[in-house]
Design a protein. Structure first.
Length: 137
């Protein structure tokens, strides 16, 4: 059985397990990465579907524990990947919406002075300049 299948079965057996949900979201994201990297006909759409599935799981995790730095980071990554694939598919409105979602989460973390790793800090400042916000208090 593949890792996605195992992750799905574990999540179904333990729907309240944050670890099972995170494992499923990571498996879905990796499958999306595979399709996006492969680049065959229809792969962008398949990547988009897997990223949306991963986002759905991560959104539930974040809503269940909005104080979790890992849940916030994972949700940002999902929105960013969806922005990228929508941009590649020339779906600019969806791309911008996902970038704003990334920024909104990162801005909340910034304003609450919560810990962010360097990659998230860099993304926050990049999005602040790209989306026209100062990124400052």
């Amino acid at each position: 059985m593949n890792s996605l299948g195992i992750a799905q079965k574990l999540y179904e057996a333990n729907p309240n397990s944050a670890q099972a949900a995170r494992d499923l979201s990571v498996s879905l994201e990796r499958l999306g990465d595979f399709y996006l990297g492969r680049g065959q006909s229809g792969d962008a759409e398949e990547a988009l579907e897997q990223y949306v599935n991963s986002l759905d799981v991560r959104q539930k995790l974040y809503e269940a524990n909005s104080n979790s730095a890992q849940a916030a980071r994972d949700l940002v990554v999902s929105h960013y990947k969806l922005a990228q694939v929508n941009g590649q598919m020339d779906r600019k409105e969806d791309e911008i919406n996902h970038l704003f979602s990334c920024f909104t989460i990162l801005d909340l973390l910034h304003r609450e002075r919560r810990s962010m790793d360097q990659q998230m800090v860099g993304l926050y400042h990049h999005l602040a300049s790209r989306l026209g916000s100062s990124g400052q208090d």
